[in-house]
Design a protein around this ligand. Structure first.
Ligand SMILES: [Zn+2]
Length: 678
C-alpha cells in the first residue's frame, strides 16, 4: 500500500486512508523510547564551534532523556558523498574513502573532547546506508514519484544545492558569496509538488512537527506558495550511491544524506518484518538541525518518507546559529572559532553550559571570548563553584566533613522553591526544547543553596553552639547543591559527577529523576577539594565588545580641575577636592581569609563595570563566607597597594571604633554595584 497516487488523506473524509494515515503518520513516540539525530556533517573541514553547538545541544537533550529513564538512541554521523569531499581528497592526493576515514577520526576526537554521548555514528559510505538509500529510492520510483527529465539551472557546489534565480544575490550564492555553476544534464526528479497538500495536512494535525514556531511559520509559507519537483540525481559522477534503476547516475547528495536517519536504525536491512531495530526506533522523536537546512528536513524529507510509505518523525527542530560579531561562523569566511580552544582552556563543561544557557534555543546567539569568560565567572566561579566551596569548606570546618539531616528536619520554603524549579526545568524547559530556560532553572536551585547559607548564617551557629540548627542549615544547603548537580548533569556531566563525588554521593549508579527529590534524612561525608572553577581576571573594557550600553556614571564626574586647591587652614576641603575621591557601591562576589593574617580578608568585588580584588582589614569582625553577596562602599580610585603579597585595588569603607572591631558601611536597600557614593 502506498499513498503517492491517492488524493491527500484529509480530503478522503471517513475513508480508510485516514485511519491508515494516522496509524503510520501519527508520530507520537513511545514515551519510554527516544530516538534523536543531529544533522550529519560534511567532512571537508574539522568541526567549528557552530557545528559543535548542535551536537552539544543534542547531547544535553539525550542526557536529559536518559535522566528521565527513557530508552535513548542518539545518532550522529558524517555526510561523505559530497563533491567537495571528493575534490578535497583529490587535492590532498588521497582516495576519497581514505580521506573520509581520516576525517571520521578527527570528528570523533572533537566529539569525545566535548563529551558528546552518541550511541551510533553513521557514515553515508557504509553499506547499511547504501542499502537504505537504494531501498527508499526504489520504492519511490515504483510508485511513480521519481521520473526522468533534464535539469538546467544554477548549482552551488559549496551548498551542494540547485539554486533558483530568485535565491541568488547579485548573481552569487548568498551563503557562500560565490557564483554558482550553470548546469544542464539528464536528471531524475522527485514529484515533490504532489505532496504539498498532504504536508500541509500533516502540519495542521501535528502542530509540534516543526519547531520553533518561527521556523514552522516559515515552512508553512513555503508550502502555501507551492512546491516544484526537485532533481534527485547527478549524471556522470562516480562519487555517490548509484540509482538502482540507472547505474550511470548517482543519488543527489541531499537525497542521499537525509536517508541516514532511517538507515541508522536498520531501514532496508534484511531482518524479517517486526524484528528489526527499525520497528523499535522509528519514527524518530527528534531531528535537530540548523535553521538553514529546515527546508530539506521539513518539506523534502517528509515527502520522501510519505512516498516510501514510512512514518514521519515526531519533530524537526531548527536551531539558530552561533554568531561571531553578528556573522555566521564559517570556515570559508574565516569567522570560525575552534571549540577545542575553549576545551583546552576550561574543559568541556563551561563551553557546554555557555552554548546551551546563553543562547535562546532556536534563536541565533553570540560567542565572544569576553562574554564567555564573563559568564564563566558569573555562573561557575561566583555562583555554582562558590556554593560547592562554601558547603564543603564549612562542613569540614564546623562538622568534621560529615553532614547529617537532623531528625524531623524540615527544609521548609527552600525545598518548595527547589521543587518548583525542578518542575519548571522539566515542564517549561527541557520538555519544550527550551534548554536555556532549563539551565536557568538549575541555576535557580544554586541560588536557593546560596540563600540557605546567607539566611542561615552557619558561621554564627557554629559559635553559638546550636548544633541541630547548624546541621539543618548545612544539610539543606548541601541538598540544594546536590539537586542543582542532578539538574545540571545533562549540561555539565563531568563537573556534576565531581560535585556529587565531593558530596559523598559516589560511587553510585547514574543519576536518575528520582534523585531530584529533596532528602530529609541521611548523612553524607563531604570532601573539601578547593575551587572547581578559579575566577578569571576579566579585563576592563569587556563591555565595548559585547555591544552592551556603557555605564553612565562617567558623566557624573566633575570637570577636570587645573590644580589641587590647598586645604583650608581649618582642615576643610572644597567640594572639588572631595569629588576627586571616587566612592562606589560594590557587591562582594567572593571572600577568603588571607592566609597567616589575623585581620585581612581578600575580596573579589563587582563594581558594575568591572571586577576587582580588594584586601580589607575586617577579618576580626566578619567571617569571609558571610560577606559574599553583601554590598559595600569602596574608594575606587585609590592607587594599588600590596598587602601580604596581594595587590589591593581599592579600599573598603568601615567605621573603626577605638579598641573595637570594624563595622562595614551598610545600605538600607542594596544599590546597583557601581553606584556613586557622595
Ligand atoms: Zn552556496
Amino acid at each position: 500500500m502506498h499513498l503517492a497516487s491517492d488524493e491527500p488523506d484529509v480530503q478522503d473524509a471517513g475513508g480508510s486512508a485516514i485511519k491508515w494515515a494516522f496509524a503510520v503518520y501519527a508520530a507520537t513516540p513511545d514515551m519510554a523510547r527516544y530516538y534523536l539525530t543531529t544533522a550529519i556533517d560534511y567532512v571537508n573541514n574539522r568541526p567549528h564551534l557552530g557545528t559543535a553547538y548542535e551536537k552539544v545541544a543534542a547531547d544535553v537533550i539525550a542526557r536529559y532523556h536518559r535522566l528521565r529513564g527513557d530508552d535513548v538512541r542518539f545518532v550522529m554521523g558524517n555526510d561523505e558523498h559530497s563533491q567537495n569531499v571528493f575534490k578535497r581528497a583529490r587535492d590532498l592526493g588521497m582516495e576519497p574513502l581514505a580521506y573520509c576515514d581520516r576525517m571520521e577520526h578527527e570528528f570523533r576526537a572533537v566529539w569525545q573532547r566535548l563529551n558528546v554521548s552518541f550511541d551510533d555514528f553513521i557514515r553515508t559510505t557504509e553499506p547499511r546506508h547504501k542499502a537504505a538509500v537504494q531501498a527508499l529510492v526504489r520504492k519511490s520510483f515504483e510508485v511513480g514519484d521519481i521520473y526522468e527529465g533534464v535539469y538546467e539551472g544554477w548549482y552551488c557546489v559549496s551548498c551542494e544545492a540547485f539554486k533558483q534565480e530568485k535565491d541568488l544575490v547579485d548573481g552569487l550564492c548568498p551563503i557562500h558569496q560565490t557564483k554558482p555553476d550553470w548546469i544542464k544534464e539528464k536528471n531524475f526528479f522527485f514529484r515533490l509538488s504532489a505532496y504539498r497538500d498532504r504536508l500541509l495536512a500533516h502540519y495542521a494535525q501535528h502542530p509540534a512537527f516543526v519547531q520553533p514556531e518561527s521556523r514552522r511559520n516559515e515552512m508553512l509559507r513555503l508550502l502555501e506558495a507551492g512546491l516544484d519537483d526537485i532533481s534527485v540525481s547527478r549524471a556522470g559522477q562516480s562519487w555517490g550511491i548509484p540509482l538502482p534503476f540507472d547505474e550511470s547516475s548517482v543519488v543527489y547528495v541531499w537525497f542521499d544524506a537525509l536517508v541516514n536517519y532511517i538507515a541508522a536504525v536498520g531501514y532496508g536491512d534484511s531482518s524479517p518484518a517486526g524484528t528489526s531495530a527499525f520497528d523499535l526506533w522509528w519514527p524518530a522523536s527528534l531531528h535537530l538541525v540548523g535553521k538553514d537546512i529546515t527546508r530539506f528536513h521539513c518539506v523534502v524529507w517528509p515527502a520522501m518518507l510519505m512516498s516510501a510509505g514510512v512514518a514521519l518523525p515526531a519533530c524537526v527542530f531548527g536551531h539558530g546559529w552561533v554568531l561571531t560579531k553578528g556573522q555566521k561562523m564559517s570556515k570559508s569566511l574565516g569567522t570560525s572559532v575552534d571549540p577545542l580552544d575553549a576545551v583546552e582552556r576550561f574543559g568541556p563543561d563551561p563551553l557546554r553550559l555557555y552554548l546551551t544557557k546563553e543562547i535562546v534555543f532556536g534563536d541565533d546567539g553570540e560567542f565572544t571570548w569576553d562574554r564567555f569568560e564573563e559568564k564563566y565567572n558569573a555562573d561557575l566561579a561566583n555562583n555554582l563553584g562558590n556554593l560547592v566551596n562554601r558547603v564543603t569548606s564549612m562542613a569540614e570546618r564546623y562538622r568534621g566533613s560529615v553532614l547529617r539531616a537532623p531528625a524531623g528536619s524540615d527544609a521548609g520554603v527552600y525545598s518548595e522553591q527547589a521543587r518548583a524549579a525542578v518542575d519548571r526545568y522539566a515542564a517549561d524547559g527541557m520538555d519544550q526544547y527550551k534548554l536555556h530556560a532549563a539551565a536557568a532553572e538549575a541555576m535557580a536551585v544554586v541560588d536557593v543553596g546560596n540563600k540557605i547559607i546567607a539566611e542561615g548564617e552557619p558561621w554564627k551557629l557554629a559559635k553559638t553552639g546550636s548544633t541541630a540548627e547548624l546541621d539543618k542549615v548545612l544539610w539543606n544547603a548541601s541538598e540544594a547543591l546536590r539537586l542543582a548537580a542532578v539538574l545540571l548533569t545533562p549540561f555539565m556531566p563531568a563537573s556534576c559527577e565531581e560535585i556529587l563525588a565531593r558530596l559523598g554521593e559516589r560511587p553510585r549508579g547514574p543519576v536518575t529523576w528520582a534523585d531530584t527529590a529533596w532528602r530529609r534524612q541521611g548523612e553524607r561525608s563531604v570532601q573539601n577539594k578547593g575551587a572547581m572553577w578559579p575566577r578569571l581576571d576579566v579585563k576592563v573594557g569587556v563591555k565595548s565588545e559585547t555591544n552592551e550600553p556603557k555605564e553612565t556614571h562617567v558623566t557624573d564626574q566633575p570637570n577636570p580641575q587645573p590644580a589641587a586647591q590647598p586645604a583650608a587652614a581649618d582642615g576643610r576641603i572644597s567640594i572639588d577636592e572631595f569629588m576627586k575621591i571616587d566612592l562606589r557601591v560594590a557587591r562582594v562576589l567572593a571572600a577568603e581569609r588571607v592566609p597567616n593574617s589575623k585581620k585581612l580578608i581578600k575580596l573579589s568585588i563587582d563594581l558594575g563595570t568591572e571586577q576587582r580584588t580588594v584586601v580589607a582589614g575586617i577579618a576580626e569582625a566578619y567571617e569571609a563566607d558571610a560577606l559574599v553577596g553583601r554590598h559595600v562602599a569602596i574608594v575606587a580610585n585609590l592607587k594599588p597597594a600590596k598587602l601580604m603579597g596581594i595587590e589591593s585595588n581599592g579600599m573598603v569603607l568601615a567605621a573603626s571604633p577605638d579598641g573595637g572591631k570594624p563595622m562595614l558601611v551598610a545600605f538600607d536597600t542594596p544599590p546597583e554595584p557601581g553606584t556613586r557614593v557622595r
